[in-house]
Design a protein around this ligand. Structure first.
Ligand code: ATP
Length: 320
């Protein structure tokens, strides 16, 4: 099925006979595999008498040969799956089985993509990027300080390198374009902080997703929506890995404080009135940047308050 998908990913018509000849199978076996593609991967295949079969729209499939060139991925082993529950879950399983980072897990689709607080990350087949990097952390809690914000910066730079110059950050680590979410980051820690531990850095980027998805409960966009062209996902993986490698190494050496000016510069909500919601309460105030730990500084009626941790949600005041 994967070989067939590779042949038809260009979105052009291919006759059943030609596909069968290349794959060494009968025309009816081709037809059966195409039906499986529709049923299992949610793809739409058009069939036109006299012309053959074509996908509803072209795909940019991930390809091990095209992922493994010169940048960060040259040194980080990559595992590519057609389908996973979640790339973070798989990376955690690999670490649990004795694996040692850095390594990257990619999937063409996630059935249970994860957001923060157990929420779902919508992950249709071959459209976006579902990327997890298992990153070793030695040297205690300080090495984790501000790490998720630094990952957000790396994703932001990768998007900008692909022409999305208007992309920016929303604390702690969402990336937005025109007020719409284009990427999210989820960090999960495993191991003993006093010894060697790993952080699994999950990055979801909407790359070529175009169609409306009911399950996404907030405004979203994708690289293809913004740029108007289908993006080469293999090239984007290389760019993202290269940015992550560079930012993570600098974070290891310099710590988070060195990134504060850059982070504040990329913060789309700096100076805006927001509502910060925790499990206990909602607080109104104006965003005043981040502190040396990566916590959000809010100017409220009662003075400056600082927020950190995974249970916090940030909304523009006008939207709440
Ligand atoms: P909050 O919005 O409360 O600050 P968050 O923005 O950090 O949380 P996450 O938990 O990281 O959100 O991601 C889950 C949320 O992202 C979901 O509730 C959903 O609305 C949205 N979402 C899910 N899949 C996608 C996607 N592919 N693109 C954009 N947004 C998505």
């Amino acid at each position: 099925m994967q070989a067939l998908l590779k042949l038809i990913q260009d979105g052009r018509f291919h006759s059943g006979q030609a596909l069968g000849a290349v794959l060494g199978i009968s025309r009816s076996a081709v037809w059966k595999q195409l039906q499986n593609l529709e049923a299992e991967l949610g793809l739409v295949v058009h069939s036109v008498r006299g012309r053959g079969y074509c996908l509803e729209r072209p795909l940019s499939l991930l390809d091990m040969e095209r992922l493994g060139v010169s940048t960060g991925l040259g040194t980080w082993p990559v595992t590519l799956h057609y389908q996973l529950d979640s790339t973070n879950a798989e990376a955690l399983r690999m670490l649990g089985a004795g694996g040692c980072g850095p390594f990257v897990v990619l999937a063409e689709r996630q059935s249970s993509g994860r957001g923060r607080r157990g929420r779902k990350w919508v992950s249709p087949f071959a459209e976006n990027l579902y990327y997890s990097l298992a990153w070793p952390v030695a040297g205690g809690a300080r090495q984790l300080q501000g790490l998720s914000l630094v990952v957000g910066l790396a994703v932001l730079q990768a998007l900008r390198a692909f022409g999305l110059v208007q992309a920016g950050l929303k604390w702690p680590n969402d990336i937005l374009v025109d007020g719409r979410k284009i990427a999210g980051v989820l960090l999960e820690l495993v191991g003993d902080l006093a010894d060697l531990c790993h952080v699994v850095i999950g990055v979801g980027v909407n790359v070529n997703m175009l169609s409306d998805v009911d399950e996404i409960t907030q405004p979203w966009t994708s690289m293809a929506v913004v740029s108007g062209v289908t993006v080469d996902r293999n090239a984007f993986v290389r760019e993202l890995s290269s940015q992550l490698g560079s930012y993570l190494h600098r974070h290891q050496q310099l710590g988070f404080p060195a990134f504060i000016p850059e982070w504040n510069q990329g913060d789309l909500w700096a100076g805006r009135s927001v509502t910060v919601t925790t499990t206990a309460q909602a607080t109104h105030g104006v965003v005043c940047g981040v502190d040396v730990t990566g916590a959000l500084i809010l100017q409220t009626e009662d003075g400056r308050q600082v927020f950190s941790g995974g249970e916090i949600s940030l909304r523009l005041k006008d939207d709440t």
